[in-house]
Design a protein around this ligand. Structure first.
Ligand code: ATP
Length: 327
């Protein structure tokens, strides 16, 4: 086994709060073990363009609390080509880099697996995405912060909804996964929650809203994940409900990219710190092709391919709790 002397770290795919805390952790763990560390700007594209920045412990001061990623993130079509990956490998060799820590989502991990198959290059993945849709960890970096941001925003919408007796449809992020919608919905006391994993049908929504009205509720919040299965986007949903329940004055709020930003929560900072340490230690032990994650509050490892192919299921108990709470 080749001794690991220099480790590169990069952020790839969609940015998420906590990525900076993870970069800091990787850099400081390298310093602790007296290894060199180098940052790669703009994910795989920066690897192809040799956009590197040597990092030491002092260079990552004051970033644990910052949202986004100091290394920038990007989506790289060039890395999807053999030629692009060859260039990336040449740059890694030229820079004497022995291993790579990738902070990103399943797409970034897929790129890592493809690269590893071709070049047998040591890689460890740290799950960083607000969607929480990665198998092998109960929490991805940024998810907890995004939940808190969504809950705070919905709380504010509730103030205006109740002042005007309005029904609000609030769209939150989650094209393929309803983790944010379900948890933020329960946390913010939503009347109904629409997620990609469950198609309860639009008629059920109408029935539920009718029932609420008859029980004396004058305002309501419906949380909708981007990828909900009603076949209608949030504006069409709102129109449909307004047509069928004219007693409601309906409004729509799309939270959008604000959910990705902001200072990471304490949970995300601690998670990032733990996962960064484990990622570097695994590389130093000669491991590769692994994602580090958290299960039952223990740092765990999952084969990268399994993490990509596996599926994180929604907590059905939370759906039941949500139903009971909207009584
Ligand atoms: P998010 O979950 O926030 O979208 P992600 O990591 O899944 O993050 P992607 O855009 O899917 O984001 O992937 C990031 C990058 O990984 C891509 O831009 C591409 O460079 C690389 N990548 C993804 N799939 C492959 C693949 N099959 N082969 C080579 N590279 C890939």
């Amino acid at each position: 086994m080749k001794e690991i002397k220099k480790i590169a770290v990069m952020t790839s795919g969609g940015d998420a709060p906590g990525m900076n805390a993870a970069i800091r952790s990787v850099v400081r763990t390298c310093a602790f073990y007296e290894k060199e560390c180098i940052g790669v700007y703009r994910g795989y594209q920066g690897l192809i363009e040799a956009d590197f920045l040597p990092l030491d412990a002092r260079k990552v001061k004051n970033i644990i609390n910052k949202g986004g990623t100091i290394l920038k993130s990007a989506r790289s079509n060039d890395f999807r080509t053999e030629e692009g990956r060859k260039k990336a490998h040449q740059n890694l060799v030229k820079e004497n880099i022995d291993a790579l820590v990738i902070i990103g989502g399943d797409g970034s991990f897929t790129g890592g697996v493809v690269f590893n198959e071709e070049y047998n290059f040591p890689i460890i993945g740290i799950p960083g995405t607000i969607d929480n849709d990665i198998y092998g960890t109960s929490h991805t970096l940024g998810y907890d912060t995004a939940l808190n941001t969504a809950v705070e925003a919905i709380d504010k919408i509730r103030d205006t909804a109740s002042s005007h007796n309005r029904l609000f449809f609030v769209e939150v992020m989650g094209r393929d996964a309803g983790f944010i919608a379900l948890n933020a919905g329960v946390g913010a006391g939503a009347e109904e929650i629409l997620i990609p994993e469950e198609n309860l049908g639009i008629d059920r929504l109408l029935e539920s809203l009718k029932r609420s009205r008859s029980k004396g509720k004058s305002s309501s919040i419906v949380v909708v994940a981007e990828g909900d299965r009603t076949g209608r986007n949030v504006f069409e949903l709102a129109d449909y409900v307004e047509e069928n329940l004219p007693e409601y004055e309906v409004r729509v709020s799309v939270l959008g990219h604000m959910q990705r930003g902001g200072s990471p929560s304490c949970f995300d900072r601690v998670l990032a710190s733990r996962l960064g340490v484990k990622a570097v230690e695994l590389l130093l032990e000669g491991e590769s092709d692994i994602m580090v994650g958290l299960i039952n509050n223990e740092v765990t490892t999952t084969n990268l391919e399994k993490a990509i192919k596996g599926h994180n299921s929604i907590n059905k108990e939370l759906l039941r709790v949500s139903d009971i709470m909207s009584t």
